[in-house]
Design a protein around this ligand. Sequence first.
Ligand SMILES: Nc1ncnc2c1ncn2[C@@H]1O[C@H](COP(=O)(O)OP(=O)(O)OP(=O)(O)O)[C@@H](O)[C@H]1O
Ligand SMILES: [Mg+2]
Length: 389
Amino acid sequence: MEHLSEILKILDGALKANASMASNYAGLLADKLDSAGDAKHARMIRERLARAPSALLGAQDASRGISFGALPVDGESRLDTVDLSNPTVDSSSLLLPSAVDERIAEFLANIRYYDKLSKAGAALPNRLMAYGPPGTGKTKLARHIAAKLDIPLLTVRCDTLISSLLGQTSRNLRRVFEYAQQMPSVLFLDEFDALAGARGNERDVGELQRVVIALLQNIDALPESTILIAATNHDQLLDPAIWRRFSFRIPMPVPDTTLRMSLWHQFLGSFAPSSLDFPGLVDASDGVTGALIEQVCIDAKRVAVLEGENLVDEAQLFRRLGLALSLLQGVVLSTTQNEIHWLKAWAPKRFSLRALAKLYNMSNRSVTNILKEKKFSGQEKGQQSLITR
Ligand SMILES: Nc1ncnc2c1ncn2[C@@H]1O[C@H](COP(=O)(O)OP(=O)(O)OP(=O)(O)O)[C@@H](O)[C@H]1O
Ligand SMILES: [Mg+2]
């Protein structure tokens, strides 16, 4: 039967006396009928919806006709536990290895053709777990998926669900899951390990174990067609029982050479001079994430704009990258002298005396003096010698 998942959701809404859930899914059904060429039936549904008492439906999102009840709040702090947004496909695309891209395309196809696949017994639950180091694009992936599907994104920072009150965390969870079922949406559990890593962690006793159990129950009670995405930096902390419930597991890797090349190009855009040493940037940024490359590009572009230029300066760009790498290693470069030492040790050929003098607006002699001044140079003792953590 066509459109069974929408009909079941409308039925659920009616049985739970949840008018906004029923009407949201009826609206979605009308859209689907419209795009399948069945305008007559779509109109009949919309006419019915227009007759529904508006008080029952809560606030209306004018652009989409989707109604949202009040956002769930933490029972203790009364702060919202869900952030509702409508992401659009933005100009900077998500750049991922082709195998990962393919898995994401499969996930999107599983959602789009869920009914058809389900009829053939070939559908997987619409659940995706993105895991990888910080700054590799996990949050961006959730936004990207919601934008592609053109439905709202409900972001839950899992750490905000954790309450000090006994039983409150489980109640918070239940409210969030119930809220997400009211409308076609992507439920995105960010920082997922805050919840799902609890079982087996000696520090956390009964209450957190109950949270994991509550999480499992909520996931199991969710219709398989509901779209659920979770993101974590700590996949090794996740309970295997939770892990099993996500049919799509997407590793978000630190970008390789090819991806770094694309990231530098994407984030510099028209600010890249034609002679820019892209291979040099790619080499020097081995092991860093897309987030760091983006940050370095923004910094370099800001300097350019403030100086009235429309191209970034190559030396400035490498300097920014070098400084970002120093921070990553926990090195605090609090003075120009330290910066100069660091850069010279990091990339001696690129940061020649002349280049450093130009970059810092000093004479060659001053740079020479600075490099001599310190008892330890970065090269002699290794860069760790500059650590002032
Ligand atoms: N592969 C990538 N493609 C495009 N942009 C990327 C990529 N990786 C990171 N970025 C950029 O880095 C920024 C941070 O990414 P995001 O917040 O999605 O990372 P995250 O994996 O969720 O990090 P965290 O674990 O710290 O929450 C984004 O603004 C995005 O533009
Ligand atoms: Mg994130």
